[in-house]
Design a protein around this ligand. Sequence first.
Ligand code: ATP
Length: 246
Amino acid sequence: MLSAELPSGENSVPPLRVIDLTKWYGEERAIDGVTFSASAGEVVGIIGPNGAGKTTLLETLVGLLPAEAGDVLWHGEPLPASERRNALFYLPDGVRPYRDEATFQVVSFFAGVYRRSKAETADTVTSVGLRPVLRKRVHALSKGYNRRLLLALALLTPHSVLLMDEPFDGFDLRQTREIVDVLRNQAAHGRTFILAVHQLVDAERVCDRLILLAGGRVRASGTLDELRTRASLPAGSLEDIFLALT
Ligand SMILES: Nc1ncnc2c1ncn2[C@@H]1O[C@H](COP(=O)(O)OP(=O)(O)OP(=O)(O)O)[C@@H](O)[C@H]1O
C-alpha cells in the first residue's frame, strides 16, 4: 500500500486522516487500503478513471457505505461512521434536491438551517453565479446551474471539510474557471476540499495535492511537481503523469 501523507516537516495534526480504508462489493475490493490526510485550507484531488473507486472512497469516508476495514481520524481522534456527517459535508454527483421549489427558496431554507446572515447568503449566491436563476424551479435549472446551486448549499453549511464528487461536471470552461476561483478563495480562508475528479485538466487547475487512484488503490500522491519528479517527467501534464504512474 502506498500512502498519501502530508509533506515531511508538517507537524500539526491534520483535521482529517484516513487510514487503510477498505471497501468490498461482494468479491470485488472497490477500495483497498487507502490512506491519506487533508490539511486545513487544502484542496485535495482524488484522481482516477471511471471505476477507479473515487465515489466509493468518498461515500465510505463520510459513512454512507460501511467499510470492511480502516479508520478515519478527526483532529487525531477516531471519528465513528455514525458521527462523520457532523464533521464532513458530502456533495454527491448528479443529485437535484427540492426539484419543485424555486431556487431562491432552497437557498433561503439552507441559509436558515445554518443561521447564515442575509449578507453571507447574498455573497455566496453571487460568488457561485446563481443570481440569474434564483426564480427558476430547481427541475428547470440547466445541469451547470444545478451544480452551482449544490455548491452554494455546500458553502452555506458550517462544515470545514467539504467532499464533492465531480464538482465540475456540467460546467463549460469559463464556468469551471469561475468555480475553481470560488473553491480556491474558500480554501484560502481555511476550508478543506476533497474532490473526486476524473477530468485531469480540471484537477490540475484546482488541486494543491493529488491522490492517484486506480483499481481502488493509491498509486501515487503529492503536488503536481512532486508527481512530476516521481514520474521523471519534469514538464509532464497530469495526464502524462497519470499514465506513467498507474
Ligand atoms: N453498488 C455497487 N455494487 C457493486 N459494485 C459497485 C457498486 N458501486 C460501485 N461498484 C464497483 O466498484 C468499483 C468502483 O466504483 P466507483 O463508482 O467507486 O468508481 P469511480 O471512480 O467513482 O467511477 P466513475 O468515475 O465512473 O464514477 C467499480 O468497479 C464499480 O463497478
